[in-house]
Each structure stands twice: as structure tokens, then as C-alpha cells.
Design a protein around this ligand. Structure first.
Ligand code: SF4
Length: 484
């Protein structure tokens, strides 16, 4: 039976970050709308911290969706022309309020920090800081970065970041605000995305800049995409203008290939490509890799939409909606009673017998992790009268966990772990199954293995020591929650 609080039976991103420096402008509303655009990256908590240059940092952080956490009143209370914002999806057991971001620390230096990623040396760094008597109020590795920066003896935050960044191992796209500047930095491998934008109507106090996990946040607030923050780069916005410094260069780049496949919004731009276009190409290549006699192509909405369009185009087959999706199934969904429980996934997807009955279907989705949802989708289509169900997945089989900020199931829970493709097809009840090849993914995104991470598919982790890293999980289980 599906867990109806579980939005999808797939991997989940853990965070979206935003930062803005816009002299003499009121930025809380801009931060709110930017987070609204990044909502897909995290739905469990949201927060904005603002500051007027030279003044105190104010923050509103709470559990819930962006629209639930903020209202007119809270936004009006967040005064400032600089801001950092955050949306978070938390891993099991770590959804407590204390782990919501931005993290504000103000003992030795006042700062607010928003982080997307996962430190693989969190336990060592945490022990070191605790031994120095540094207090923590959360179990998140993000607070370790905040604490390292807060307690660093350098007068300038830029110097502190330049010194701390090489000590951090793992994935970190991070934005920090002090009382007079905003600093954004990205890990040397560039595992998680971070884009740089400029506000179009910069008139009042001079040029205004922003950074965000995805460029879709810029569109909503009238900013234009300038470029991606480079792996290992630190970008600073202050009264001295914009400064870029390469503080931790690395020869090995490892951008998460799953961002192209699923995590990021289709209207975001990454690695020089708009994701909607890349996903349609994945569908085209899927068809070329595994054509099959069929009558109709249907996507699993919305994750399979773009790839289904590309596949249908390449196959010269009609495409239709085989399911209607209820878009309002929220994470806080009320559990149905036993009677309704067997309806399971129908609360989210309702198949259309008028479309699928008697048809040989190609069903397109972006990925399969545990397979529970896919199995039920196949069952629902058969109950609705589908003659055949051929699954086409625009990602290779997921067989390994992610240690870089994405919540996947354990290896044992992954349906492709230890099974051949044919065995998975049988498990899912499908007539055939094809996963896009790794080569096909890179062909679609115009990239190469040498500059990306594809460890959840291949098991080849780009950072030494990742195989043993248990990141946040270890931090939470091995160390007691210490409150400041
Ligand atoms: S392991 Fe997978 S999800 Fe994690 S960073 Fe690498 S490609 Fe992305």
C-alpha cells in the first residue's frame, strides 16, 4: 500500500537556496517569490533571513510550504536590502524545526546561511568543533559550515570562506549573508547547482544581484540569468561591487546528472541546456534504443511529460494523457481510512479507460527507485483495459545510494539492485521495460562522464571515501542533539 504522505516513489532533493543583494530595495518579497519557484526542491520547511546593510539579521523560518510559512505580515516584518532564503526537504528523522534554514548564528560573527548538499566529513568536523566548545542547536551538517565561518578568526567573511571551503568535503552550494554582504560558494566538484543572476531594473542603489539553485527563480523576480557559479568559486556582493575568486579549484568536476533527468524544473537552465529540451531528447533516444510495436504514448505526469513528447515525436506515435493527476496531494495529506486505503495511488493518479482501453501503451517516466508506484501504475492501466504496457524510463537503473544531498532508498530497497532488467519488468508486471543508457543520458544533455556525477547509476563515486560516507545519517545517529 503506498504511503500517501510520500509524494513520489522516487529520489528527493533536499534543498533549494537563494540569495539577493539589492541596495536600497525591499527584498523580502523577491526572496519569497524566488523560494516559491524553488518549492519543488523542498517542501518541509522554508525560511528567509534579511538585513539592512550595517543592521541586524531578521529571520522567519518554519516548517511547511513557502505559502504556509509566509504571509503579508511576516514579509513586512522582514526588512532589508539583502536576503538569503531556503526550502528544505528533510531526510527521515531530521525534520525537526531546528534543522530548518537559513541558519542564523551570532555569537562571534553575525551570519545567516543557506546550504544545499551534504558534507561527507560532517562527523569529523562536528567533533572538532564540539571539542573546541562550539555549541550547536541542530543536527544538520549545514550548521557545521555556519559554525566554521562564524568562529573563524579572519575579519572578512571572504577570507573565512576561502580558508574553510577547502576543508569541506562533499556537496555544498551555499549562500551566506553577514551584516554587510552576501557571499555564495560552490563545492570544488560542483555537485549541486548554483546560478548567478542580475536584476533587470537596477536603478535605485546600483546593480543588484542574486544567486539561486535554479535559474527558474530568476524568471519570477525579473532577474536575468548571467551564468552558473563555477565549482570552487566564491562570489561576493558588497558595497565594493561583485567579486569572484576561485578559492578551491579542482580538476574533477562532478555535476549531478540527476538534476537534468528529474530534480530541476524543466524551465531551468543548467550546463548550457534548458532541461525541457534535454528531457525531450532523452525520450527520442529512448525510442531509438528500444523501439516497440505500440499504439499510444502516455507519460506518468508530470515527471515523464517531456520525455514522452520526445519519444512520441521520434516514434511518430500519438501521445495522450492516460492519467489525470491530482496536483493538490500535499505532504501533510490526511491518511485515508482503511476503506479508501486500497484506492491507494488513485488519490494522485486516476487512469482514463476511454484513452487506454485496448491500446498497446508506451508509458514514460523519469526514474524508478523502489518500484512501488510504478507497479501500481501498471496495475491501474491494466485494470483500465490497456492491452499491453511497455515501460520506458529516461534514466538508467538506480542501484546505489547518493551521498551528496539526495534522499534515495537504501540499496536493498532499490528494485534494480541485484535484478536484471527483465526481472524488474516481471516484478513490475510490465510487458517490456527499457532504461535509457548512461551514454544516452550524456548524449541528451551534451555532456560527458568526466564532468558529471552518475554514482547512483554506476556506483562510481567522484569523491574518494564516499562509499563509506553516511553523512547526515551518521551525524544524527552518532551524536546527540546539542542545544546551544
Ligand atoms: S549519486 Fe546520483 S543523485 Fe547523487 S549527486 Fe550523483 S548523480 Fe546526483
Amino acid at each position: 500500500m503506498p504511503d500517501l504522505n510520500d509524494h513520489r516513489d522516487g529520489p528527493r532533493d533536499e534543498c533549494g537556496v537563494f540569495g539577493i543583494y539589492a541596495p536600497e530595495r525591499d527584498v523580502s518579497r523577491l526572496a519569497y517569490f524566488a523560494l516559491f519557484a524553488l518549492q519543488h526542491r523542498g517542501q518541509e520547511s522554508a525560511g528567509i533571513a534579511t538585513a539592512v546593510r550595517g543592521g541586524d539579521i531578521m529571520a522567519v523560518v518554519d516548517q511547511g510550504l513557502v505559502a504556509q510559512v509566509f504571509d503579508e505580515h511576516t514579509l513586512r516584518s522582514l526588512i532589508g536590502d539583502m536576503a538569503v532564503g531556503h526550502v528544505r526537504y528533510s531526510t527521515t528523522g531530521s525534520s525537526q524545526w531546528e534543522n530548518a534554514q537559513p541558519i542564523v548564528r551570532n555569537d562571534q560573527r553575525t551570519l545567516a546561511l543557506a546550504h544545499n548538499g551534504n558534507l561527507i566529513n560532517a562527523v569529523e568536523l562536528h567533533s572538532e568543533l564540539r571539542a573546541q566548545g562550539v555549541p550547536f542547536r541542530s543536527t544538520s551538517d549545514s550548521e557545521i559550515i555556519a559554525a566554521l565561518l562564524e568562529t573563524h578568526p579572519a575579519e572578512q567573511i571572504e577570507d573565512a570562506v576561502a580558508d574553510v571551503l577547502p576543508r569541506l568535503q562533499g556537496a555544498f552550494s551555499t549562500v551566506v549573508m553577514t551584516d554587510d554582504q552576501v557571499v555564495a560558494f560552490r563545492d570544488p566538484h560542483g555537485l549541486r547547482p548554483l546560478a548567478l543572476g542580475e536584476l533587470d531594473d537596477a536603478v535605485l542603489g546600483g546593480p543588484a544581484y542574486c544567486v539561486a539553485s535554479e535559474s527558474c527563480a530568476f524568471d519570477l523576480i525579473g532577474a536575468k540569468f548571467l551564468r552558473e557559479v563555477e565549482p570552487g568559486e566564491m562570489v561576493t556582493f558588497s558595497s565594493r561591487g561583485v567579486r569572484s575568486q576561485m578559492v578551491a579549484p579542482s580538476e574533477r568536476r562532478a555535476f549531478c546528472v540527476f538534476e537534468y533527468i528529474y530534480f530541476a524544473r524543466p524551465d531551468s537552465r543548467m550546463g548550457g541546456t534548458v532541461l525541457q529540451v534535454a528531457r525531450a531528447k532523452m525520450g527520442e533516444i529512448l525510442w531509438r534504443e528500444a523501439p516497440v510495436e505500440a499504439d499510444l504514448v502516455i507519460p506518468v505526469p508530470d515527471s515523464g511529460n517531456a520525455a514522452a513528447r520526445g519519444l512520441a515525436r521520434a516514434a511518430e506515435l500519438p501521445q495522450d494523457d492516460g492519467f489525470i493527476k491530482n496536483r493538490y496531494v500535499a505532504r501533510t495529506f490526511i491518511q485515508p481510512g482503511q476503506e479508501l486505503r486500497r484506492q491507494g495511488l488513485r488519490l494522485k493518479f486516476n487512469p482514463l479507460p476511454e484513452v487506454v482501453a485496448g491500446q498497446r501503451l508506451i508509458v514514460v517516466d523519469d526514474s524508478i527507485v523502489r518500484g512501488n508506484t510504478t507497479r501500481q501504475i501498471v496495475q491501474m492501466l491494466r485494470q483500465a483495459g490497456a492491452a499491453e504496457v511497455h515501460l520506458r524510463i529516461s534514466a538508467p537503473p538506480i542501484k546505489h545510494p547518493c551521498h551528496y544531498g539526495i534522499d534515495m532508498s537504501t540499496r536493498e530497497e532499490m528494485i534494480a539492485h541485484g535484478r536484471s532488467v527483465d526481472e524488474v519488468a516481471t516484478e513490475l508486471g510490465a510487458d517490456s521495460l527499457h532504461y535509457l543508457s548512461m551514454k544516452g543520458v550524456y548524449q541528451a544533455v551534451g555532456g560527458s562522464r568526466g564532468t558529471h556525477c552518475d554514482a547512483c547509476f554506476t556506483g562510481e563515486y567522484p569523491l574518494a571515501g564516499s562509499e563509506d560516507a553516511s553523512g547526515k545519517f551518521a551525524l544524527e545517529s552518532a551524536l546527540p542533539l546539542v542545544r546551544a
